[in-house]
Design a protein around this ligand. Structure first.
Ligand SMILES: Cc1cc2nc3c(=O)[nH]c(=O)nc-3n(C[C@H](O)[C@H](O)[C@H](O)COP(=O)(O)OP(=O)(O)OC[C@H]3O[C@@H](n4cnc5c(N)ncnc54)[C@H](O)[C@@H]3O)c2cc1C
Length: 389
């Protein structure tokens, strides 16, 4: 395994960290309070810096960057103080709302939709979850029926990141109820398709700078050319997307690094009993544990990126181990940061409290912690065995 960071990667990382520090960190408190995403001018600047969907090959307008480049730059964003919510929405547009088109789309779909996402003109999303099907995602109720040259889609999607303002997205619906998972199909929708509307914006405790809502499809007309990957290929599109989401969640390591840096600075200047609290062993040990989690998470996620970049698809086991570890490490990190700041740690003036609220959502989104453990358990023990009575 080779994890050496190249000079180009280092340059990219410094540019993104600096951008996040200057342009995003000063906005994060307001975004959190008002539950708003990045202002359009910041999004435009990100597009100008080629930060959107830069993994897409050059023939479709991207830079063809590697998984490790993407991981390092998004980690740098969080380390520079760019909030996790902005990363979640960024990734919902150019990651989970895009990768299905790149991997399973027709040439025409790629040429029609990818350039707009890369230029920042279009914000995308990925709509799988429904009010009654979350972990059991393929038990969805949404139905798409073919009528002539289009599909008529009916259903409601829940918890959709970027739902309140997406211009387009990928939506999953059942096309053949007799086939179970193989009867699920994926479609590309646009906000102006007749029958599409947005439900209420959800008022969340964390990831508040990543607006979330229901999406409603009521006799929504989807042209047949917007079927993604062919009928019955929805589960494949969804699994490609979920693998992408989970391997990409390493961006959150940057948030742990940001918290550690804040704690180091605070512990050096906060005086109690006549000396900096950073002199006390309990505080030092807390920071040491934060560092251990950061380094362990880096190893897991850098390895996954390395596997992707060397055309060795990470195994489900690797992905679930990484996602499960990261989500608990983030919570430990945020908890330690609040403890280090004492009473100030729970005040909105300091960002460490936000990191705790945001961390909880990493544990839920993209497959809960329990589901990751189920997958690790299945890899270790095989399917559940039924005993005869
Ligand atoms: C902020 C946010 C953004 C999101 N963004 C998106 C998005 O952009 N697109 C999208 O499609 N979805 C999105 N989701 C949905 C997310 O993927 C689901 O919330 C998640 O998969 C869990 O589903 P659920 O909330 O319905 O919980 P449930 O599935 O109802 O789970 C409830 C509890 O039961 C446990 N549980 C369920 N089944 C099992 C089992 N078999 N074994 C053990 N425990 C189990 C769970 O771990 C959990 O603790 C988002 C969610 C949030 C909170």
């Amino acid at each position: 395994m080779e994890f050496t960071i190249t000079a180009e990667q280092q340059q990219l990382v410094e540019m993104v960290e600096d951008f996040a520090r200057r342009e995003v960190a000063p906005l994060t408190r307001e975004m959190d309070e008002n539950q708003t995403f990045l202002p359009p001018e910041v999004w435009r600047k990100m597009a100008d810096l080629n930060l959107l969907a830069s993994y897409v090959p050059e023939e479709y307008g991207g830079l063809g960057l590697k998984a490790m480049d993407i991981l390092l730059t998004r980690q740098a964003w969080a380390r520079g103080g760019g909030c996790l919510g902005s990363l979640l929405s960024w990734g919902a547009s150019d990651g989970i709302g895009t990768v299905g088109i790149l991997k399973h789309g027709t040439e025409a779909q790629k040429r029609k939709y990818l350039p707009g996402i890369i230029s920042g003109e279009k914000i995308s999303c990925f709509a799988l979850t429904e009010p009654d099907s979350g972990s059991d995602a393929f038990k969805m109720r949404s139905r798409a029926v073919k009528q002539g040259d289009h599909y008529v889609l009916n259903g409601t999607k829940m918890f959709i990141t970027n739902g309140p303002f997406c211009d387009m997205g990928i939506v999953l619906a059942i096309t053949d109820p007799s086939k179970g998972v193989l009867g699920v199909s994926a479609f590309i929708f646009e906000k102006d398709f007749p029958g599409f509307s947005r439900g209420k914006k959800l008022d969340k405790m964390g990831m508040r700078s990543s607006p979330t809502s229901e999406l409603i499809f009521e006799d929504c007309i989807i042209p047949e050319e917007n079927l993604l990957g062919g009928e019955g290929m929805g589960a494949l599109v969804a699994n490609t997307t979920l693998h992408w989401e989970r391997t990409g969640m390493g961006f959150a390591i940057g948030a742990m690094e940001y918290n550690l840096k804040l704690c180091q600075e605070y512990a050096a200047q906060r005086i109690q009993f006549g000396e900096p609290i950073g002199n006390f062993q309990s505080v030092r040990h807390r920071l040491a544990e934060m560092k251990i989690d950061i380094e362990a998470a880096k190893y897991l996620f850098y390895r996954m990126a390395w596997l992707v970049d060397t055309d060795q698809i990470p195994a489900l086991l690797d992905i679930s181990v990484g996602k499960a570890f990261l989500s608990k490490a983030l919570l430990r990190n945020a908890d330690a940061a609040i403890s280090t700041f004492g009473g100030y740690g729970v005040c909105t003036e300091y960002p460490v409290q936000r990191s705790y609220r945001d961390a909880k959502i990493i544990e839920i989104g993209g497959g809960t912690y329990d589901i990751q453990l189920n997958m690790i358990g299945a890899a270790l023990m095989g399917p559940r065995q039924k005993t005869k009575k």
